[in-house]
Ligand binder design. Structure first.
Ligand SMILES: Nc1ncnc2c1ncn2[C@@H]1O[C@H](COP(=O)(O)OP(=O)(O)OP(=O)(O)O)[C@@H](O)[C@H]1O
Ligand SMILES: [Mg+2]
Length: 273
């Protein structure tokens, strides 16, 4: 298999100004020495608790946050040393579903403009964009009639479908999802998981999901990367990690997952394979 994405010893963080009237800029380190590879066609989940750095990893992958040290290779190209036109070209091969469908959509913009934006950005003519927007609305299970509605009229599940439609409209090869179900009701969560897996199967994308939820990860990924306080503590196939967790943190994640779900043992969890 071909490596499509590789993080090599990435350390990253955010600049902050500390102290009384101080102009000294400090960097709060959020990710420490993160390395992993994603192969073409894989489904990978990055799991960690709130604040562990999941969204920050995605920002680094999406070209929005330059690492302090280390490299991000996409299709073998060093993302942050590319000239900006080449960087954009590479990033266009990635579709992105941001965290929280309630806060990531402009509530007053018509759905066709939200969904069509990635094509508009590359200069596609509007009549083609509208056609394609209708197509992707159908793929994500939304009625055509909402194309002229605004997002504020939509439920959480429908908003998430709109964000997924926008993420796939330009036929990305990599789909990156930030907590794709955590803002939604449980019954809707299952529908979104099914939709994402059907997109994965139909369009043969590579799928990278970040989540705090082991259950979601289990259904949306074949390989798990466990993150704690900005460091990778464990990595392996879903089967390996769930059946034979190596780190204490992973064990505690599994224990609390079993408690929340009321399942007695991992033997009762359906593991693909
Ligand atoms: N723009 C920012 N400026 C400064 N600090 C930030 C910024 N974004 C995130 N942080 C800090 O970086 C750390 C990691 O944040 P991040 O959003 O990556 O976590 P997360 O794992 O996605 O959490 P959640 O599950 O709550 O979404 C947190 O301590 C957060 O406060
Ligand atoms: Mg986050």
């Amino acid at each position: 298999m071909d490596s499509i994405l590789e993080l090599q010893r990435v350390t990253a963080g955010y600049k902050s100004i500390k102290g009384f009237k101080s102009l000294i800029k400090r960097v709060e380190i959020v990710l420490r020495d993160i390395s992993f590879t994603v192969e073409k066609g894989e489904r990978v989940a990055i799991i960690g608790e709130s604040g562990s750095g999941k969204t920050t990893i995605l920002r680094v992958i999406l070209g929005l946050l330059k690492p302090i040290s280390g490299k991000v290779l996409i299709y073998g190209k060093d993302l942050y040393s590319l000239p900006s036109d080449q960087k954009l070209q590479i990033l266009r091969r990635i579709g992105y579903v941001p965290q929280d469908p309630y806060r990531s959509l402009n509530p007053v913009l018509k759905i066709k403009y939200i969904v069509g934006e990635p094509l508009e950005a590359v200069g596609v003519e509007w009549r083609h964009i509208e056609e394609r927007a209708s197509e992707v609305l159908k793929i994500v299970g939304l009625p055509q009639s909402i194309i002229n509605d605004t997002a504020e009229e939509l439920s959480g599940g429908m908003r998430q479908r709109v964000l997924i439609a926008r993420a796939i409209i330009a036929e990305p090869e990599i789909l990156v999802l930030d907590e794709p179900t955590s803002a939604l009701d449980v019954s809707i969560q299952a529908q979104i998981i099914n939709l994402l897996n059907s997109i994965y199967n139909t369009f043969k994308v590579t799928m990278i999901t970040v989540t705090h939820d082991l259950g979601v990860a289990q259904y949306l990924a074949d390989r798990l990367i466990i993150l704690k306080s900005g460091k990778i503590v464990e990595e392996g196939s879903v089967d390996e990690v769930l059946r034979n967790p190596k780190s204490e943190y992973t064990k505690s994640l599994i224990t609390s997952y079993l408690q929340i779900t009321g399942i007695n043992s991992l033997n009762n969890i359906k593991i693909r394979g």
